[in-house]
Design a protein around this ligand. Structure first.
Ligand code: SF4
Length: 381
């Protein structure tokens, strides 16, 4: 069973847009770290959180980036304190900090723990040095192992590692080496992402110049299936297309995204959803700070979601979960019988064995079906 979550409680997402170096494939909202700008940014974040205080219940805080672990622990502590003052944060709230291996020391991790962080999500990406170099990462595999050991030493018992698959020049054998590297460390949770090459990524040029290529798509499918099989065999349970966890160690924050939950968003480029409203915060760091200082809205875009849009979103995100779409819950929430409405389009996928349909109970992708999630979801559009 996936961890039970408090469906009514909010998540608090906090974006930290600073990085020590920019990776060749990165398409996130981030820039190079600058201590003075970061100090002004943290002040703005605190103000933003306090301005939106309403004491609503919250049970997760997630520092995403960027590289949040570039911020000193005192700053992370100040932001957590602002969250505690402004929302009713559960005693057992999950408080995650995204971390890159090169920023980790025992003292620093101990200080994050003392500040209230209780979950670390570390961007390992690969356990092969040449792959890390091609991606423009500044750490190597030895540094991941060291950082993981230091994080444990600092007392963290809830660590997630990210790995990336389908990297330039990566073979299935190479990929399985990274899976084994992860298993040796034994994190509580792992996220497996497929490398996406966006149009202007410097990595595209690097690949063209060096003559690197990605394995054929069939091999990528094999990497996915074999990687997850090995994780299964090691006792992890896949609970989402890209995520596995030990029992009860699923990311409670991310589950809100996939289970029609609600979350607040603080910091530049962050997205929030609450009371049927979806908003996006302005993406510029300086723009965000100036708006907070001037007391003007930081929203670049706000939309009221119609029931149809919410339904569509729940179908898209819910199908990503291994537990599948809860058909009764959707019927109760939106008054829609999913099979009545979409059954004709979905039936061929059921027949092909990539989608399971338990009438009135659930609709669930098989693992092979997860590779076809986009095709299956196109039925909902
Ligand atoms: S560390 Fe992450 S956010 Fe920063 S540049 Fe690299 S991929 Fe992008």
């Amino acid at each position: 069973m996936v961890a039970a979550t408090d469906a009514g409680a909010l998540g608090l997402y906090i974006h930290i847009p600073f990085c020590g170096a920019i990776c060749a494939y990165c398409n996130f909202n981030r820039g190079l770290h600058d201590g003075t700008l970061a100090a002004r940014y943290v002040e703005a974040l605190e103000r933003d959180i306090r301005q939106q205080a309403d004491q609503a219940r919250a049970d997760t805080v997630y520092f995403g980036g960027g590289t949040p672990s570039l911020l000193p622990p005192e700053d992370i502590g100040r932001v957590i304190a602002a969250c505690r003052e402004s929302f009713t944060l559960a005693d057992d709230a999950e408080i995650t900090l995204e971390t890159n291996p090169e920023t980790v020391t025992v003292e620093r991790m101990e200080a994050y723990r003392a500040a209230g962080v209780n979950r670390i999500s570390m961007g390992a990406q690969s356990f092969r040095d040449e792959e890390l170099k091609r991606l423009g990462r500044v750490h190597d595999a030895a540094r991941i192992r060291e950082a993981f050991a230091r994080t444990r030493q600092a007392g963290f018992d809830n660590i997630s590692l990210d790995l990336m698959m389908w990297l330039p020049q990566q073979t299935i054998h190479d990929w399985m080496e990274s899976i084994d590297g992860l298993l040796e460390l034994g994190p509580e949770h792992a996220s497996i992402y497929l490398l996406e090459l966006y149009p202007n990524a410097p990595l595209r040029e690097d690949m063209a110049r060096a003559g690197w290529s990605q394995a054929p798509e069939d091999d990528a499918a094999d990497m996915y299936l074999r990687g997850f099989e090995r994780l299964d065999a090691a006792g992890y349970r896949q609970y989402e297309i890209s995520n596995v966890a030990r029992d009860g160690r699923e990311s409670r924050h991310n589950l809100k995204y996939w289970r029609d939950g609600e979350w607040m968003a603080f910091g530049c480029g962050a997205h929030g959803t609450r009371d049927g409203r979806r908003w996006r915060v302005v993406s510029g760091t300086e723009d965000y700070i100036l708006r907070i200082q001037a007391g003007t809205s930081t929203a670049a875009e706000t939309r009221i979601l119609s029931d149809e849009e919410r339904l569509e979103e729940m179908l898209f995100t819910g199908l990503r979960l291994s537990e599948g779409l809860p058909l009764m819950e959707i019927q109760a929430k939106f008054g829609v019988d999913v099979w009545d409405r979409y059954g004709r389009g979905l039936a061929p996928f059921v027949k092909a064995g990539v989608l399971r349909h338990e009438p009135s109970v659930r609709l669930q992708l098989t693992r092979e079906g997860m590779l076809l999630a986009n095709e299956v979801c196109s039925v909902f559009v």
